[in-house]
Design a protein around this ligand. Structure first.
Ligand code: NAD
Length: 320
């Protein structure tokens, strides 16, 4: 393939120069195209590089007759029909880690902005009120952070919390990583109950699975300390929103700082939560930073180069 036809979907304007530098003949679109739009607008595509909102379903895979490689610039690949790709013998590759530190850093952006009243303070100053009263913060040093999940992101959060903020970090994971616990200075609890009971601040870093759906519910909330702070940058479905709203009203949860919501496709359903003053939300941006975006492209470009040279594809999605 001397000059393959490469299509990048969901390529933002600021990322297009780097795409053209690497592949001068690449074609791209900024938005996530529907399967029909993808097939009609880019019918000759040989290599397709997408992000998470482009559905690469069986229709796309069968409709793009020259397709030879699919890459998603994300960890997750549930928007790609792996079975249809396998049937056409088309490899699917992802970017397994585009920078867990970026998500971990957002955890502390959310946490600090909440407990140090940054939004309220800024609004006050903008209204020409230069007065600290009523904006008393919460210090982190010596507090106990309960981490649920110590994978790539959880480990980074543990390291920043223990070594940066001098917090006590207590974690739970179905697959404990003892070496990470030593390196990042945290301890494992033997069960989740201990996390609920001992933590001042709880941060979630597990995938959304049938076993983790609504992990935060009436029962788990009832075991937490009065005034616990809850952080969720993993998946909205980990939290039962109704139960969280109740816990915020009762003061069981003092603050919830959330990058993800249970109903991201229809946030009106989460209105009762979002509107509470003790709740700070961001629109699923934890992953979205200069380093991570650069890494997503660098890794995808490397995969394309390996493919063109006939080399082994290191980030081939398992099961194919
Ligand atoms: P990872 O796979 O490296 O780690 C997940 C950890 O959860 C693993 O150590 C696993 O053993 C543990 N785990 C699984 N089920 C568990 C359970 N029932 N109880 C306790 N531990 C359990 O994943 P990661 O890269 O650290 O990402 C964590 C989550 O963060 C992802 O699943 C994803 O949902 C989310 N995420 C969000 C953003 C964002 O922009 N907000 C970006 C990337 C990832």
């Amino acid at each position: 393939m001397a000059h393959p036809i490469i299509t990048f979907s969901e390529a933002e304007a600021e990322d297009q120069p780097k795409i053209l530098k690497a592949f001068p003949k690449a074609q791209f679109c900024e938005k996530a195209l529907t399967p029909d739009e993808l097939i009609t607008q880019f019918p000759d595509t040989e290599i397709l590089c997408v992000f998470i909102y482009t559905q690469v379903d069986a229709k796309v895979i069968q409709g793009l007759k020259n397709l030879k490689l699919i890459i998603t610039r994300s960890v997750g690949y549930d928007h790609i029909d792996l079975k249809a790709a396998k049937e056409r013998n088309i490899p699917v590759c992802n970017v397994p880690d585009y920078g867990s530190h970026v998500i971990a850093e957002h955890v502390f952006a959310l946490l600090l902005s909440t407990i140090r009243c940054i939004k309220a303070g800024d609004e006050r100053v903008e209204h020409c009120e230069f007065d600290f009263h009523g904006l008393r913060g919460v210090a982190l040093k010596g507090k106990t952070l309960g981490l649920v999940g110590t994978g790539k992101i959880g480990k980074n959060v543990a390291r920043i919390a223990s070594m940066g903020f001098l917090m006590n970090v207590l974690a739970y994971d179905v697959h404990p990583d003892r070496e990470a616990a030593r390196e990042c200075h945290f301890q494992y609890a033997s069960d989740l109950e201990t996390i609920w009971e001992k933590a001042d601040i709880i941060s979630l870093h597990v995938p959304l699975l049938p076993s983790t759906k609504h992990l935060i519910n009436d029962q788990s909330l009832s075991k937490m300390k009065q005034g616990t702070i809850l952080i969720n940058t993993a998946r909205g479905g980990l939290i039962n929103t109704k139960a969280l709203v109740k816990a915020l009203h009762s003061g069981k949860i003092a603050h919830a700082t959330l990058d993800v919501l249970e109903h991201e496709q229809n946030i009106e359903e989460d209105r009762a939560l979002i509107d509470l003053p003790q709740v700070v939300t961001t629109p699923h941006i934890a992953f979205y930073a200069d380093d991570s975006m650069q890494c997503m492209y660098d890794e995808s470009f490397a995969t394309i180069e390996h493919f063109l040279k006939g080399e082994k594809l290191t980030h081939k999605v398992e099961g194919l």
